[in-house]
Design a protein around this ligand. Structure first.
Ligand code: FES
Length: 581
């Protein structure tokens, strides 16, 4: 490993951050040392060594991290091998499957916890153990703000699932089979069969959902060991990755390679290119803007769209493509894919391995061109995910074009508006509902403040009566997000959201809406005079949150195009511990 960060790696224990806790000959330090002794930890265990904190998001209620109890011991083994001292620090676990309304509500809470837990403790480097969706951006956001050397350890995807002769991918195939069930094409016992098979092992969703997308982004940012993002959660390589990550965390402490020292605009441009090339979750756009904000880098939807015009989709992975993460890993993983995109990457960006991204992917290869496509045969040429603007979304919105039916990408249709998700659920399957396949379904009160928490309601359900006629996609517009495992012509993250008076709040049933993806346009075809009149009569919905963390969230969360971080968390302060003794 080369020391690419200047002036570091002197291996001087007095320079370690933890020495501020343990070295002084004073009463407070006496307390620190004596209480460790009370736990059976002697001076020789940790003094003069980097102390590595393992931020563990394990929980009995996080289905995707159930193997973290074993992995944390393997990371500890690596830390000890390299001459460090590991300490496990549990932090809030955000398991997407069992938390309501959405883990997005708690992303910023975990980010704050991670930042403060790092800052206030005697740690010299950090292993961030995350995977399920929002744990990844949350831990990275906290680590950037705390700015203590950090390496990310991804949970890894589940193994591929099988049901009868079908290969199943979590999330994506749940939506697909549910649509068939609603259309009357799947009996109860088959539906139960899918339920029994679709989550095959520990690990995150095995499609290119938000978890795998964010793991790829962490790798592209240079925050993981090479090829870490797609190693399946329960294979032997994943255990070896854990041990190697522990070893590397010790080196990072000596070299004092901090996230803010590592992450530059080039790193985030690599992250955007990666997200586009894998046709990753649209949620990642919000997270990238938020993570960059912590590093004082202003990333915008326009930056993203400019990159979208250059980057082809090469990963043929569900929900946009055919294969699953296990296939992606076997085909060469992220290094293989990135080796096909040198012209759109900034290869000089640094990584936690002490190498540049270019050095890291230099010898990478693709084993299977059907899973990781060639440049000559991409899954989608460019613009796989686009930013749209227009009078309905002045600050922008997004659509995953590659996962939408081509016939709908230029479309004009009458709006059918739902004021909130409860109303939608009540009437969407009413046989008398005035809806055709040309209708544009509109959902409001689903954004960061209005929902609240910015839930994944953006793949609005197709009405049963249309499902029974074979319709599987319609134009749908909301200020919500959608799961990274979802698909369809879903226009998401409309900003500003309806709750704060965005134009979505003014749409009425029957208004014509025009979608034109090629021209990046979303227009409400209603004259300005009518819009002004509607705005004068608009009344902001009553806030439902009056106390606690929810109140903080509603008062401080920014809009989707700004990353939905809290307005007071941009940038960083100092990694100095509060030091009053
Ligand atoms: Fe955890 Fe999908 S539910 S990654």
């Amino acid at each position: 490993m080369s020391d690419t960060v200047e002036g570091l790696d002197k291996r001087d224990p007095s320079k370690l951050r933890s020495s501020r806790w343990f070295a002084p000959d004073d009463l407070r330090s006496f307390g620190h040392r004596s209480r460790l002794k009370g736990m059976g930890i002697d001076d020789a265990d940790y003094q003069g060594k980097p102390i590595v904190a393992l931020l563990n998001t394990w929980s009995d209620l996080n289905t995707c991290h159930s193997h973290f109890k074993q992995r944390v011991d393997e990371i500890k083994r690596g830390v000890l091998q390299a001459g460090g001292f590991p300490v496990e620090v549990p932090v809030m676990s955000l398991g997407e499957m069992l938390m309501k309304p959405t883990t997005m509500l708690y992303r910023n809470l975990l980010a704050m916890e991670a930042e403060e837990v790092i800052r206030c403790h005697p740690v010299d480097s950090v292993v961030l153990m995350g995977g399920c969706d929002k744990t990844v951006p949350a831990l990275i956001m906290g680590a950037i703000s705390a700015d203590v050397p950090s390496i990310f350890f991804p949970a890894g995807p589940m193994l591929k699932a099988r049901w009868k002769d079908q290969t199943l991918g979590s999330g994506t195939d749940a939506w697909k089979y549910w649509a068939e069930r609603c259309a009357g094409n799947l009996c109860e016992s088959d539906w139960k069969g899918v339920e029994n098979c679709i989550a095959r092992s520990a690990g995150t969703c095995m499609t290119m959902g938000t978890a795998s997308t964010m793991a790829c982004i962490a790798e592209a940012l240079g925050l993981t060991l090479p090829n870490a993002a797609s190693i399946p959660a329960v294979v032997a390589e994943h255990s070896r990755l854990a041990v190697a990550t522990g070893r590397r965390a010790v080196e990072l402490a000596w070299q004092n390679v901090t996230p803010r020292g590592l992450l530059t605009r080039a790193s985030f441009e690599n992250a955007m290119a990666t997200q586009l090339s894998i046709s990753g979750s649209t949620n990642a756009i919000v997270h990238m803007i938020a993570m960059a904000g912590r590093a004082d880098i202003r990333l915008t939807l326009d930056d993203y769209d400019a990159m979208s015009k250059k980057v082809p989709v090469l990963a043929d992975v569900r929900p946009s493509g055919k294969f699953l993460m296990e296939d992606f890993y076997d085909a060469g993983g992220l290094p293989g894919l990135l080796s096909r995109l040198p012209d759109v990457l900034q290869l000089s960006a640094l990584t936690v391995n002490g190498m540049t991204l270019g050095e890291q992917i230099q010898s990478a290869e693709v084993i299977d061109d059907t899973v990781i496509r060639t440049r000559e045969n991409p899954l989608w040429p460019t613009g796989g995910t686009c930013v749209l603007r227009g009078n309905l979304a002045p600050n922008g919105c997004v659509i995953k074009t590659v996962a939408a039916e081509a016939r709908l990408q230029k479309h004009v249709g009458p709006a059918l508006v739902f004021d909130n998700y409860a109303e939608l659920k009540k009437v969407i399957n009413d046989p008398e509902l005035d809806v055709t396949e040309d209708t544009v379904l509109v959902l409001r009160s689903a954004g960061p403040i209005g929902a609240p928490g910015f839930p994944e309601w953006g793949m609005l359900p197709i009405p049963d009566k249309l499902l029974k006629r074979g319709i599987r996609d319609m134009v749908r517009i909301s200020d919500a997000r959608m799961s990274g495992t979802s698909y369809g012509t879903c226009i998401l993250h409309v900003s500003p959201e309806s709750h704060v008076g965005g134009p979505l709040a003014l749409v009425e049933n029957g208004d014509l809406i025009e979608l034109d993806v090629a021209n990046r346009s979303l227009m409400l075809l209603v004259d300005a005079e009518t819009m002004t009149r509607r705005r004068e009569n608009w009344v902001r919905p009553t806030a439902t949150w009056t106390r606690g963390y929810h109140r903080i969230f509603a008062d401080h969360v920014t809009q989707a195009h700004e990353g939905c971080d809290f307005d007071f968390l941009h940038g960083h302060s100092s990694n100095r511990e509060p030091d009053i003794f």
